[in-house]
Design a protein around this ligand. Structure first.
Ligand SMILES: Nc1ncnc2c1ncn2[C@@H]1O[C@H](COP(=O)(O)OP(=O)(O)OP(=O)(O)O)[C@@H](O)[C@H]1O
Length: 433
Protein backbone atom coordinates (compact mmCIF):
# COMPACT_ATOMS: atom_id res chain seq x y z
CA UNK A 1 0.00 0.00 0.00
CA UNK A 2 1.24 3.46 -0.85
CA UNK A 3 0.99 5.97 1.97
CA UNK A 4 0.77 9.68 1.18
CA UNK A 5 0.69 12.72 3.43
CA UNK A 6 -1.22 15.87 2.59
CA UNK A 7 -0.70 19.18 4.38
CA UNK A 8 -3.72 21.44 4.16
CA UNK A 9 -3.44 25.24 4.20
CA UNK A 10 -3.64 27.02 7.55
CA UNK A 11 -7.19 28.29 8.04
CA UNK A 12 -7.69 32.01 8.83
CA UNK A 13 -8.96 31.15 12.30
CA UNK A 14 -5.74 29.21 12.97
CA UNK A 15 -3.38 32.05 12.07
CA UNK A 16 -2.94 33.26 15.68
CA UNK A 17 -1.75 29.75 16.69
CA UNK A 18 0.98 29.79 14.01
CA UNK A 19 2.34 26.87 11.99
CA UNK A 20 4.49 23.94 12.97
CA UNK A 21 7.77 23.43 11.12
CA UNK A 22 7.65 20.55 8.70
CA UNK A 23 9.83 19.22 5.93
CA UNK A 24 10.34 15.97 4.07
CA UNK A 25 13.44 14.13 2.95
CA UNK A 26 14.34 13.88 -0.68
CA UNK A 27 14.38 10.16 -1.42
CA UNK A 28 12.31 7.56 -3.20
CA UNK A 29 10.38 6.99 0.03
CA UNK A 30 10.00 10.12 2.05
CA UNK A 31 10.27 10.67 5.74
CA UNK A 32 8.65 13.69 7.34
CA UNK A 33 10.11 15.82 10.12
CA UNK A 34 7.93 18.03 12.23
CA UNK A 35 8.67 20.35 15.13
CA UNK A 36 6.13 22.17 17.25
CA UNK A 37 8.73 24.95 17.43
CA UNK A 38 7.02 26.58 20.39
CA UNK A 39 10.12 26.80 22.51
CA UNK A 40 13.87 26.45 22.04
CA UNK A 41 13.77 23.03 23.73
CA UNK A 42 11.31 21.54 21.16
CA UNK A 43 13.07 18.84 19.15
CA UNK A 44 11.94 17.68 15.70
CA UNK A 45 10.27 14.27 15.33
CA UNK A 46 11.17 12.28 12.22
CA UNK A 47 9.02 9.57 10.66
CA UNK A 48 10.43 6.43 9.08
CA UNK A 49 10.92 6.57 5.29
CA UNK A 50 7.35 5.55 4.55
CA UNK A 51 5.60 8.15 2.39
CA UNK A 52 5.33 7.88 -1.39
CA UNK A 53 4.52 11.57 -1.87
CA UNK A 54 4.02 14.48 0.51
CA UNK A 55 1.51 17.00 -0.84
CA UNK A 56 1.90 20.66 0.12
CA UNK A 57 -0.91 23.12 0.92
CA UNK A 58 -0.59 24.36 -2.68
CA UNK A 59 -1.53 20.98 -4.16
CA UNK A 60 -5.17 20.92 -5.15
CA UNK A 61 -7.38 17.82 -5.32
CA UNK A 62 -6.56 17.40 -9.04
CA UNK A 63 -2.82 17.10 -8.23
CA UNK A 64 -3.54 14.58 -5.49
CA UNK A 65 -5.85 12.60 -7.78
CA UNK A 66 -3.24 12.45 -10.56
CA UNK A 67 -0.62 10.97 -8.25
CA UNK A 68 -2.76 8.76 -6.02
CA UNK A 69 -5.76 7.44 -7.95
CA UNK A 70 -5.23 8.01 -11.67
CA UNK A 71 -2.47 5.38 -12.07
CA UNK A 72 -5.00 2.72 -10.98
CA UNK A 73 -7.90 3.61 -13.27
CA UNK A 74 -6.75 1.38 -16.12
CA UNK A 75 -6.63 -1.58 -13.71
CA UNK A 76 -10.18 -0.87 -12.49
CA UNK A 77 -11.30 -0.84 -16.14
CA UNK A 78 -9.82 -4.31 -16.45
CA UNK A 79 -11.97 -5.54 -13.57
CA UNK A 80 -9.48 -5.12 -10.69
CA UNK A 81 -10.06 -3.50 -7.29
CA UNK A 82 -8.48 -0.48 -5.62
CA UNK A 83 -9.11 1.16 -2.26
CA UNK A 84 -8.17 4.52 -0.84
CA UNK A 85 -8.36 5.65 2.77
CA UNK A 86 -8.22 9.15 4.22
CA UNK A 87 -6.85 9.15 7.76
CA UNK A 88 -6.46 12.22 9.96
CA UNK A 89 -7.97 14.12 12.85
CA UNK A 90 -11.19 16.13 12.55
CA UNK A 91 -10.78 19.15 10.34
CA UNK A 92 -7.51 17.94 8.78
CA UNK A 93 -9.03 17.60 5.30
CA UNK A 94 -10.31 14.02 4.84
CA UNK A 95 -13.72 14.96 3.42
CA UNK A 96 -12.15 17.74 1.32
CA UNK A 97 -9.88 15.06 -0.17
CA UNK A 98 -12.35 12.19 -0.68
CA UNK A 99 -15.52 14.11 -1.56
CA UNK A 100 -14.54 17.76 -2.01
CA UNK A 101 -16.50 20.84 -1.09
CA UNK A 102 -16.76 22.41 -4.53
CA UNK A 103 -17.39 20.93 -7.92
CA UNK A 104 -14.74 22.82 -9.93
CA UNK A 105 -12.59 20.35 -11.91
CA UNK A 106 -9.46 21.10 -9.85
CA UNK A 107 -11.30 20.53 -6.59
CA UNK A 108 -13.49 17.52 -7.25
CA UNK A 109 -12.89 15.06 -4.43
CA UNK A 110 -10.99 11.92 -5.40
CA UNK A 111 -14.17 9.80 -5.56
CA UNK A 112 -15.91 12.20 -7.96
CA UNK A 113 -12.78 12.66 -10.05
CA UNK A 114 -12.49 8.85 -10.32
CA UNK A 115 -16.14 8.57 -11.39
CA UNK A 116 -15.58 11.33 -13.95
CA UNK A 117 -12.58 9.62 -15.47
CA UNK A 118 -14.22 6.19 -15.43
CA UNK A 119 -17.27 7.60 -17.24
CA UNK A 120 -14.99 9.11 -19.89
CA UNK A 121 -13.61 5.63 -20.58
CA UNK A 122 -17.00 3.91 -20.31
CA UNK A 123 -18.51 6.35 -22.83
CA UNK A 124 -15.91 5.25 -25.38
CA UNK A 125 -16.45 1.56 -24.58
CA UNK A 126 -20.22 2.07 -24.84
CA UNK A 127 -19.86 3.19 -28.46
CA UNK A 128 -19.33 -0.45 -29.40
CA UNK A 129 -22.18 -2.96 -29.61
CA UNK A 130 -21.74 -4.50 -26.16
CA UNK A 131 -24.32 -3.83 -23.39
CA UNK A 132 -23.95 -0.36 -21.86
CA UNK A 133 -21.58 -0.09 -18.91
CA UNK A 134 -22.18 2.27 -16.01
CA UNK A 135 -21.12 2.74 -12.39
CA UNK A 136 -22.93 1.21 -9.45
CA UNK A 137 -22.61 3.40 -6.36
CA UNK A 138 -22.99 2.22 -2.76
CA UNK A 139 -22.61 4.71 0.05
CA UNK A 140 -22.82 3.95 3.72
CA UNK A 141 -21.59 5.12 7.09
CA UNK A 142 -20.18 2.86 9.76
CA UNK A 143 -21.00 3.91 13.27
CA UNK A 144 -20.45 1.68 16.27
CA UNK A 145 -21.10 -1.84 15.07
CA UNK A 146 -23.71 -0.97 12.42
CA UNK A 147 -23.75 0.36 8.88
CA UNK A 148 -26.25 3.05 7.83
CA UNK A 149 -27.25 2.96 4.18
CA UNK A 150 -27.14 6.52 2.82
CA UNK A 151 -28.79 5.46 -0.45
CA UNK A 152 -31.67 3.85 1.43
CA UNK A 153 -32.91 6.41 3.99
CA UNK A 154 -30.08 5.67 6.43
CA UNK A 155 -31.53 2.23 7.14
CA UNK A 156 -29.50 0.52 9.86
CA UNK A 157 -27.79 -2.61 8.54
CA UNK A 158 -26.12 -5.39 10.49
CA UNK A 159 -22.65 -6.61 9.68
CA UNK A 160 -22.32 -10.39 9.92
CA UNK A 161 -20.12 -13.14 8.64
CA UNK A 162 -22.19 -15.57 6.55
CA UNK A 163 -21.78 -19.33 6.36
CA UNK A 164 -19.81 -18.69 3.13
CA UNK A 165 -17.16 -16.87 5.23
CA UNK A 166 -18.00 -13.59 3.48
CA UNK A 167 -19.20 -10.44 5.20
CA UNK A 168 -22.86 -9.59 4.67
CA UNK A 169 -24.25 -6.15 5.41
CA UNK A 170 -28.00 -6.43 5.57
CA UNK A 171 -30.95 -4.38 6.73
CA UNK A 172 -33.84 -5.75 8.76
CA UNK A 173 -36.15 -8.29 7.17
CA UNK A 174 -39.03 -6.36 5.57
CA UNK A 175 -42.42 -7.93 5.11
CA UNK A 176 -43.89 -7.07 1.71
CA UNK A 177 -47.33 -7.65 0.17
CA UNK A 178 -48.68 -11.21 0.16
CA UNK A 179 -46.44 -12.14 3.11
CA UNK A 180 -43.26 -12.00 0.98
CA UNK A 181 -40.12 -11.01 2.84
CA UNK A 182 -37.05 -9.17 1.63
CA UNK A 183 -33.67 -8.81 3.27
CA UNK A 184 -32.02 -5.83 1.63
CA UNK A 185 -28.27 -5.68 1.49
CA UNK A 186 -26.61 -2.26 1.17
CA UNK A 187 -28.25 -0.66 -1.87
CA UNK A 188 -26.26 -0.15 -5.04
CA UNK A 189 -27.62 2.49 -7.43
CA UNK A 190 -26.69 2.08 -11.08
CA UNK A 191 -25.69 5.37 -12.74
CA UNK A 192 -25.34 5.61 -16.51
CA UNK A 193 -23.85 9.12 -16.76
CA UNK A 194 -21.54 11.22 -14.58
CA UNK A 195 -24.38 13.68 -13.94
CA UNK A 196 -26.54 10.79 -12.68
CA UNK A 197 -23.72 9.73 -10.42
CA UNK A 198 -23.23 13.24 -9.01
CA UNK A 199 -26.92 13.52 -8.25
CA UNK A 200 -27.15 10.16 -6.51
CA UNK A 201 -23.98 10.87 -4.49
CA UNK A 202 -25.17 14.33 -3.42
CA UNK A 203 -28.55 12.87 -2.40
CA UNK A 204 -26.79 10.26 -0.28
CA UNK A 205 -24.36 12.71 1.27
CA UNK A 206 -27.26 14.92 2.30
CA UNK A 207 -28.29 12.02 4.56
CA UNK A 208 -24.85 11.95 6.13
CA UNK A 209 -24.86 13.17 9.68
CA UNK A 210 -22.66 16.24 9.30
CA UNK A 211 -21.75 19.46 11.01
CA UNK A 212 -18.80 21.78 11.30
CA UNK A 213 -15.52 20.34 12.42
CA UNK A 214 -15.74 19.81 16.16
CA UNK A 215 -15.39 16.52 17.95
CA UNK A 216 -19.13 16.53 18.51
CA UNK A 217 -19.73 16.37 14.79
CA UNK A 218 -21.41 13.26 13.62
CA UNK A 219 -19.27 13.17 10.48
CA UNK A 220 -16.06 12.79 12.47
CA UNK A 221 -17.57 9.89 14.43
CA UNK A 222 -18.40 7.76 11.41
CA UNK A 223 -16.40 6.09 8.67
CA UNK A 224 -17.97 6.87 5.28
CA UNK A 225 -17.53 4.18 2.62
CA UNK A 226 -18.11 4.87 -1.10
CA UNK A 227 -17.95 1.94 -3.48
CA UNK A 228 -17.92 2.42 -7.25
CA UNK A 229 -18.32 -0.69 -9.37
CA UNK A 230 -18.46 -1.13 -13.14
CA UNK A 231 -21.87 -2.67 -13.91
CA UNK A 232 -24.27 -3.30 -16.78
CA UNK A 233 -28.04 -3.76 -16.69
CA UNK A 234 -27.78 -7.55 -16.85
CA UNK A 235 -25.61 -7.58 -13.72
CA UNK A 236 -27.99 -5.22 -11.90
CA UNK A 237 -30.98 -7.46 -12.81
CA UNK A 238 -29.15 -10.66 -11.86
CA UNK A 239 -28.22 -9.19 -8.47
CA UNK A 240 -31.85 -8.16 -7.85
CA UNK A 241 -32.95 -11.69 -8.74
CA UNK A 242 -30.37 -13.07 -6.30
CA UNK A 243 -31.72 -10.83 -3.51
CA UNK A 244 -35.23 -12.13 -4.29
CA UNK A 245 -34.13 -15.78 -4.18
CA UNK A 246 -32.20 -15.18 -0.90
CA UNK A 247 -35.25 -13.46 0.57
CA UNK A 248 -37.49 -16.39 -0.44
CA UNK A 249 -35.08 -18.77 1.28
CA UNK A 250 -35.30 -16.90 4.63
CA UNK A 251 -38.82 -18.05 5.74
CA UNK A 252 -38.36 -21.54 4.28
CA UNK A 253 -35.05 -21.98 6.10
CA UNK A 254 -36.56 -20.66 9.31
CA UNK A 255 -39.52 -23.05 9.00
CA UNK A 256 -37.16 -26.02 8.57
CA UNK A 257 -35.18 -24.98 11.67
CA UNK A 258 -38.35 -24.39 13.70
CA UNK A 259 -39.81 -27.80 12.76
CA UNK A 260 -36.57 -29.57 13.60
CA UNK A 261 -36.35 -27.82 17.01
CA UNK A 262 -40.02 -28.51 17.74
CA UNK A 263 -39.73 -32.22 16.93
CA UNK A 264 -36.49 -32.61 18.90
CA UNK A 265 -37.90 -30.84 21.94
CA UNK A 266 -41.00 -33.07 21.90
CA UNK A 267 -38.95 -36.20 21.26
CA UNK A 268 -36.63 -35.86 24.24
CA UNK A 269 -37.45 -35.51 27.89
CA UNK A 270 -35.38 -34.61 30.91
CA UNK A 271 -35.76 -36.99 33.87
CA UNK A 272 -33.64 -36.63 37.03
CA UNK A 273 -31.38 -34.16 35.25
CA UNK A 274 -30.70 -36.53 32.32
CA UNK A 275 -31.99 -36.21 28.76
CA UNK A 276 -33.41 -39.23 26.99
CA UNK A 277 -36.03 -40.22 24.38
CA UNK A 278 -39.61 -39.32 25.31
CA UNK A 279 -41.54 -42.61 25.53
CA UNK A 280 -44.79 -40.74 24.77
CA UNK A 281 -43.65 -39.15 21.52
CA UNK A 282 -42.11 -40.39 18.28
CA UNK A 283 -40.17 -37.77 16.38
CA UNK A 284 -41.89 -37.10 13.08
CA UNK A 285 -38.83 -37.52 10.86
CA UNK A 286 -40.94 -37.29 7.68
CA UNK A 287 -42.06 -33.80 8.71
CA UNK A 288 -38.44 -32.73 9.30
CA UNK A 289 -37.31 -34.26 6.00
CA UNK A 290 -40.10 -32.57 4.08
CA UNK A 291 -39.17 -29.13 5.52
CA UNK A 292 -35.48 -29.77 4.76
CA UNK A 293 -36.28 -30.83 1.21
CA UNK A 294 -38.24 -27.62 0.70
CA UNK A 295 -35.27 -25.67 2.08
CA UNK A 296 -32.87 -27.50 -0.26
CA UNK A 297 -35.12 -26.58 -3.22
CA UNK A 298 -34.88 -22.88 -2.33
CA UNK A 299 -31.14 -23.17 -1.66
CA UNK A 300 -30.75 -24.53 -5.18
CA UNK A 301 -32.62 -21.47 -6.54
CA UNK A 302 -30.13 -19.25 -4.69
CA UNK A 303 -27.20 -21.20 -6.13
CA UNK A 304 -28.58 -20.85 -9.66
CA UNK A 305 -29.01 -17.10 -9.15
CA UNK A 306 -25.43 -16.85 -7.79
CA UNK A 307 -24.12 -18.73 -10.80
CA UNK A 308 -25.99 -16.39 -13.07
CA UNK A 309 -24.34 -13.39 -11.40
CA UNK A 310 -20.88 -14.90 -11.77
CA UNK A 311 -21.52 -15.84 -15.44
CA UNK A 312 -22.46 -12.24 -16.15
CA UNK A 313 -19.28 -11.02 -14.43
CA UNK A 314 -17.30 -13.15 -16.84
CA UNK A 315 -19.28 -12.03 -19.88
CA UNK A 316 -17.69 -8.60 -20.37
CA UNK A 317 -14.24 -7.32 -19.61
CA UNK A 318 -14.07 -4.70 -16.86
CA UNK A 319 -17.39 -5.70 -15.30
CA UNK A 320 -17.00 -5.82 -11.50
CA UNK A 321 -13.98 -3.48 -11.51
CA UNK A 322 -14.20 -1.65 -8.20
CA UNK A 323 -12.79 1.41 -6.54
CA UNK A 324 -13.52 2.07 -2.89
CA UNK A 325 -12.96 5.28 -0.93
CA UNK A 326 -13.08 5.40 2.85
CA UNK A 327 -13.31 8.71 4.72
CA UNK A 328 -12.24 7.38 8.13
CA UNK A 329 -13.61 8.72 11.41
CA UNK A 330 -11.61 11.44 13.14
CA UNK A 331 -8.33 9.89 14.23
CA UNK A 332 -8.27 11.88 17.47
CA UNK A 333 -10.32 9.11 19.07
CA UNK A 334 -7.53 6.73 18.22
CA UNK A 335 -5.02 9.10 19.68
CA UNK A 336 -5.33 8.23 23.36
CA UNK A 337 -8.53 10.23 23.75
CA UNK A 338 -6.94 13.54 22.87
CA UNK A 339 -10.31 14.41 21.35
CA UNK A 340 -11.48 16.33 24.37
CA UNK A 341 -8.17 18.03 24.94
CA UNK A 342 -7.97 18.85 21.24
CA UNK A 343 -11.07 21.02 21.38
CA UNK A 344 -11.46 21.50 25.13
CA UNK A 345 -14.83 19.71 25.00
CA UNK A 346 -16.15 17.07 27.38
CA UNK A 347 -17.40 13.87 25.77
CA UNK A 348 -20.72 12.24 26.70
CA UNK A 349 -20.67 8.54 27.73
CA UNK A 350 -22.08 7.62 24.30
CA UNK A 351 -19.33 9.59 22.57
CA UNK A 352 -16.74 7.87 24.75
CA UNK A 353 -18.18 4.49 23.76
CA UNK A 354 -18.10 5.46 20.08
CA UNK A 355 -14.58 6.76 20.54
CA UNK A 356 -13.50 3.36 21.90
CA UNK A 357 -15.08 1.64 18.87
CA UNK A 358 -13.26 4.03 16.51
CA UNK A 359 -10.04 3.20 18.37
CA UNK A 360 -10.68 -0.49 17.83
CA UNK A 361 -11.48 0.08 14.14
CA UNK A 362 -8.40 2.14 13.38
CA UNK A 363 -6.05 -0.20 15.24
CA UNK A 364 -7.66 -3.20 13.54
CA UNK A 365 -7.26 -1.53 10.15
CA UNK A 366 -3.55 -1.02 10.78
CA UNK A 367 -3.12 -4.68 11.75
CA UNK A 368 -5.11 -5.88 8.72
CA UNK A 369 -3.03 -3.73 6.36
CA UNK A 370 0.14 -5.05 7.98
CA UNK A 371 -0.90 -8.72 7.68
CA UNK A 372 -2.33 -8.25 4.18
CA UNK A 373 0.85 -6.55 2.92
CA UNK A 374 2.95 -9.34 4.42
CA UNK A 375 0.68 -11.79 2.53
CA UNK A 376 -0.06 -13.63 5.78
CA UNK A 377 -2.53 -16.48 5.53
CA UNK A 378 -4.48 -15.32 8.57
CA UNK A 379 -5.58 -11.72 8.32
CA UNK A 380 -7.52 -10.47 11.39
CA UNK A 381 -10.54 -9.14 9.49
CA UNK A 382 -12.91 -10.16 12.31
CA UNK A 383 -11.29 -7.71 14.75
CA UNK A 384 -13.70 -4.88 13.94
CA UNK A 385 -16.78 -4.05 11.85
CA UNK A 386 -14.64 -1.76 9.67
CA UNK A 387 -12.20 -4.50 8.74
CA UNK A 388 -15.04 -7.03 8.27
CA UNK A 389 -16.68 -4.66 5.80
CA UNK A 390 -13.42 -4.17 3.90
CA UNK A 391 -12.60 -7.89 3.82
CA UNK A 392 -13.63 -8.66 0.23
CA UNK A 393 -12.01 -5.46 -0.94
CA UNK A 394 -8.65 -6.35 0.63
CA UNK A 395 -8.83 -9.91 -0.65
CA UNK A 396 -9.48 -8.80 -4.23
CA UNK A 397 -7.15 -5.76 -4.31
CA UNK A 398 -3.49 -5.90 -5.13
CA UNK A 399 -1.18 -4.08 -2.73
CA UNK A 400 0.12 -1.58 -5.23
CA UNK A 401 -3.33 -0.37 -6.17
CA UNK A 402 -4.35 0.82 -2.72
CA UNK A 403 -3.42 3.95 -0.89
CA UNK A 404 -3.77 5.82 2.38
CA UNK A 405 -3.70 9.59 2.51
CA UNK A 406 -2.78 10.99 5.90
CA UNK A 407 -4.30 14.46 6.07
CA UNK A 408 -2.38 16.91 8.26
CA UNK A 409 -3.09 20.32 9.70
CA UNK A 410 -0.12 22.68 9.95
CA UNK A 411 -1.70 24.54 12.91
CA UNK A 412 0.54 24.62 15.97
CA UNK A 413 -2.32 23.98 18.38
CA UNK A 414 -3.06 20.68 16.55
CA UNK A 415 0.54 19.49 16.72
CA UNK A 416 -0.17 16.48 18.97
CA UNK A 417 -2.95 15.20 16.72
CA UNK A 418 -0.90 15.73 13.56
CA UNK A 419 2.11 13.98 15.12
CA UNK A 420 -0.07 10.99 15.98
CA UNK A 421 -1.50 10.83 12.46
CA UNK A 422 1.99 10.87 10.97
CA UNK A 423 3.06 8.14 13.40
CA UNK A 424 0.13 5.98 12.23
CA UNK A 425 0.91 6.71 8.57
CA UNK A 426 4.60 6.04 9.16
CA UNK A 427 3.84 2.65 10.73
CA UNK A 428 1.45 1.65 7.93
CA UNK A 429 3.86 2.86 5.23
CA UNK A 430 6.90 1.18 6.76
CA UNK A 431 4.99 -2.08 7.35
CA UNK A 432 3.77 -2.25 3.78
CA UNK A 433 7.08 -1.69 2.00
N1 LIG B 1 -6.18 20.74 1.09
C1 LIG B 1 -7.08 21.67 1.41
N2 LIG B 1 -7.15 22.82 0.73
C2 LIG B 1 -8.07 23.77 1.07
N3 LIG B 1 -8.94 23.65 2.10
C3 LIG B 1 -8.91 22.53 2.81
C4 LIG B 1 -7.98 21.47 2.52
N4 LIG B 1 -8.18 20.47 3.40
C5 LIG B 1 -9.19 20.88 4.19
N5 LIG B 1 -9.63 22.09 3.85
C6 LIG B 1 -10.70 22.84 4.52
O1 LIG B 1 -10.60 22.60 5.93
C7 LIG B 1 -11.88 22.39 6.50
C8 LIG B 1 -11.93 21.01 7.21
O2 LIG B 1 -11.73 20.00 6.24
P1 LIG B 1 -12.58 18.65 6.21
O3 LIG B 1 -14.01 18.91 6.52
O4 LIG B 1 -12.25 17.98 4.95
O5 LIG B 1 -11.94 17.89 7.43
P2 LIG B 1 -12.22 16.39 7.92
O6 LIG B 1 -10.91 15.82 8.22
O7 LIG B 1 -13.08 15.68 6.95
O8 LIG B 1 -13.05 16.65 9.24
P3 LIG B 1 -14.18 15.72 9.95
O9 LIG B 1 -13.48 14.48 10.41
O10 LIG B 1 -14.65 16.55 11.09
O11 LIG B 1 -15.26 15.45 8.96
C9 LIG B 1 -12.89 22.49 5.38
O12 LIG B 1 -13.39 23.80 5.37
C10 LIG B 1 -12.07 22.27 4.13
O13 LIG B 1 -12.60 22.91 3.00
Amino acid sequence: MNVFARWRPLAHAEEPSGTIDYSSSNASLLSISINRASSASDRPWKSPAAFTTVFSPDDDNANVYNKVVEPNISKVLQGESSSFFAYGHSGSGKTHTIIGYDQTPSNLGLSLAAAHQLFEHLTILNESDTPQLGLGLSLFELRGKSAYDLLNNRVECHIREGPDGKTHIRGKTETLEHGKVRVRPIVQRACWTFEDFQQVLQGGLARRAVGTSTIHDQSSRTHAVLELEIVNQALVDAREALIDRQSELVPVGKRATDISIEEQSKGYICTDGKWGPNPNYTINQARIDEANAEKAKFEAHVQTAEKNVSNIYNSASGLGGKIVFVDLAGAEYHQDNTASTLKGIKQTPQEKQEGRQINTDLLALKEVIRAWSAKQTRIPFRSSPLTMVLREQFLSAKGSSSGMIVTCSPAKDQYAATLNSLKYGGLVGAATK
